[in-house]
Write a protein that binds this ligand. Structure first.
Ligand code: LIP
Length: 276
């Protein structure tokens, strides 16, 4: 298995880098944006980059399933989950904060993650049990354990329940945490993996937003909620991610903010409530 994974990691890293170069060219050239629904952007670049990644994966690993944000797909025993451009709203506004994300889920468990941020030329790679790397150098999640010094990202899209989001935000602010939001789940997750932020929470995410990033965080010594708990969340779910030392405070603060909502149902992978 680890040989097969290593082979896939090498391939995904090279495909991710090439896909990111294409995304960057299209970003610099400028492509028109449309809306899939209010505030949910898509550009011609999303479809082109996804088609490129799909064709390369299909060519190299014809027995693996592929699920992507733009063209969908059916999961299989081993499934590549791809987000061609995460941070599309940033991309569409000329903000150079977006990334290509390629994850691999084997029998329901995420085992490999590659994220490439083309405007920074940062390539993040990890596979189960192998550590996490940025441009080939090991990276580690933060050691922060104190909310009063923590910097955390709280993501939002109109798919999140607004009342739940506001309660969560209020709780996090009350705890003294400094809150920011980059506009890209993938970017938020690599920041947790490299320790440039201490945590990240978003109430509604799709598997392509997180499949790669949660492997990066886990392999960097961080923690995430179990997004892939149960029988395959190919719909939206919440996600919590942070450095291992911040897991207690982060889950307590977020859980308190979400008390009384169905988001703490173990089926979502973030319950039960942690109070330590
Ligand atoms: C977006 C995420 C963002 C989240 C949005 C959306 P896209 O992905 O990165 O963090 O808030 O719901 O999923 O559309 O830019 O690939």
């Amino acid at each position: 298995m680890s040989r097969e994974l290593d082979l896939r990691l090498t391939a995904a890293a090279s495909i991710g880098r090439e896909a990111g170069q294409l995304a960057r060219e299209l970003f610099e050239r400028g492509v028109p944006a449309k809306f899939k629904s209010p505030q949910d952007y898509v550009t011609e670049a999303d479809a082109r980059v996804e088609a490129f990644i799909r064709s390369r994966l299909n060519e190299l690993f014809p027995d693996d399933a592929v699920v992507g944000e733009e063209a969908g797909g059916e999961p299989g025993r081993r499934t590549w989950i791809i987000d061609p451009i995460d941070g599309t709203a940033n991309f569409a506004h000329g903000v150079p904060q977006f990334g290509v994300s390629i994850g691999l889920v084997d029998q329901g468990r995420p085992v490999l993650g590659v994220v490439y941020l083309p405007t920074r030329d940062h390539l993040y790679t990890a596979r189960s049990g192998g550590g996490c790397f940025r441009n080939g150098r090991p990276i580690h999640a933060s050691a922060c354990a104190d909310p009063a010094t923590a910097y955390v990202e709280i993501g939002y899209s109109p798919r999140s329940d607004r009342a739940h989001y506001l309660r969560l935000l209020e709780n996090v602010l009350d705890a003294g945490i400094l809150v920011r939001w980059s506009g890209s789940a993938v970017l938020s997750l690599v920041q947790v993996a490299e320790g440039s932020s201490d945590g990240y929470c978003e109430l509604f995410l799709n598997p392509w937003d997180v499949a790669a990033g949660i492997v990066l965080v886990a392999e960097a010594g961080g923690w995430t909620s179990d997004f892939f708990a149960g029988s395959g969340p190919y719909g939206g779910r919440p996600l919590l991610a942070c450095g291992a030392a911040f897991r207690g405070p982060m889950t307590r603060i977020c859980s308190e903010g979400l008390r009384g909502t169905d988001l703490l149902d173990p089926a979502h992978g973030i319950g039960p409530l942690v109070t330590t």
